[in-house]
Design a protein around this ligand. Sequence first.
Ligand SMILES: [Zn+2]
Ligand SMILES: [Zn+2]
Length: 161
Amino acid sequence: MKVFYRCHFSDRPFSPEFAYSLPWGSENGKCGVCKGTGTIEEPHRSTCHSCGGAGGEDCHCEEGTAIYYQEVPCRYCKGIGKAVPLRGYSCCRTPEGLSNYFFLRGGMHDSAPVVIFTGEEIGTGPDGEPLVIPALFPRPRWITWGEMQDILVRRGKEGKP
Ligand SMILES: [Zn+2]
Ligand SMILES: [Zn+2]
């Protein structure tokens, strides 16, 4: 059975019916992925504009093709710019993954609640993280961020991956 880890602050119960997540960075009703603009820049590979596809050593492209960015409608809010809840809880597959996720986003305080749970993975969130509907049984286990860090430190000392 797959196990997932999530920092869960919601005032609503942790349960399948309330399992929705807003994309990271969503605030004041604005979509966090496109910052409320409704569009995102997406890379696509195309014939190099500089050399017209000829390639060669004089051009910085890759054998005649280069990566360009184009504006496309944000696929999380469908281009409306509003923060649309995604079905499933945004979470990580390992405590290391959860720790890194928040480390990259400014860290987390020691008393923050962390829930360890099983469930059905139904999609992928904007940051590549799993979106999961939690199972009612076995019951989720709650620890604090500080306790999770202690576990990671202990694992590190024992030399386990
Ligand atoms: Zn958006
Ligand atoms: Zn080129």
